[in-house]
Design a protein around this ligand. Structure first.
Ligand SMILES: N[C@@H](CCC(=O)N[C@@H](CS)C(=O)NCC(=O)O)C(=O)O
Length: 216
């Protein structure tokens, strides 16, 4: 059975797990990293020399790291022509949005994690979150424009292009104070919320932290 190594609340694990959920394949997820540790375990490092999460492992010993590569591999293997576009240009466009999302759109996440949770309380700054949000808002402007003509990132149906952007959009929507309006992103987010795999692997996995932020 497919194994995914990684704690369920890591943003890159969430990206891969939402994909696994949409594919409806059997899986075992192993809590790893963060409070669970194991990052430096020599056997784990043989699977993933970075000691990071997620790591995919299949029964024959095949392993794969980098969440974008994991998503592409799973979609190509289990959903060719659907989540994994067969048309070369459609696939290249999906690749483009996947890379763009991980390299740009998701950047705010580091400052959010640091200043909401990771730094000692005395060092946490609301202004750092606001600065990260202001920068991210410019990327969401671009996404908003794209979604004016597209129901999903890759066009009219969910594809692999959605997993990086769609998964991080949840934190943007729920963790951003005084979030600026992006009507097309908001409508997209509503479409994602209607998906059971998104609820299970994105919304629920983030819930403890979301409650901490919104309750504070
Ligand atoms: N570019 C990598 C980044 C992997 C990464 O940094 N993952 C985080 C979790 S989202 C991690 O391993 N953090 C250390 C830990 O949780 O122990 C990917 O997309 O897979």
């Amino acid at each position: 059975m497919l194994k995914i190594w990684g704690r369920n609340d890591g943003s890159n694990v969430i990206k891969a797990m939402w994909c696994v959920g949409e594919l409806g394949i059997e899986f075992e997820r192993i809590d790893w990293g963060g409070p669970f540790g194991g990052n430096d375990d020599p056997e784990y490092r043989r699977k993933n020399p970075n000691g990071r999460l997620p790591t995919l492992e299949e029964d024959d010993g095949f392993t794969l790291w980098e969440s974008g590569a994991v998503v592409r591999y799973l979609c190509a293997k289990h959903s060719p022509g659907n989540l994994y576009p067969e048309d070369l240009r459609e696939r290249a466009s999906a690749d483009k949005w996947m890379d763009w999302s991980s390299l740009n759109l998701a950047n705010f996440n580091v400052a959010y994690l640091d200043h909401y949770f990771r730094l000692p309380e005395a060092d946490r700054r609301k202004t750092a979150i606001e600065e990260a949000a202001a920068q991210a808002s410019l990327w969401f402007d671009i996404l908003d424009q794209h979604l004016a003509d597209n129901a999903y990132i890759g066009g009219e149906r969910l594809t692999m292009a959605d997993f990086p952007a769609g998964s991080i959009t949840h934190r943007w929507m729920q963790w951003t104070p005084n979030r600026p309006s992006h009507p097309n992103v908001e409508a997209y987010y509503e479409r994602l919320l209607a998906r059971s795999a998104y609820q299970e692997h994105v919304v629920e996995a983030n819930a403890p932290r979301t409650q901490q932020i919104q309750g504070s």
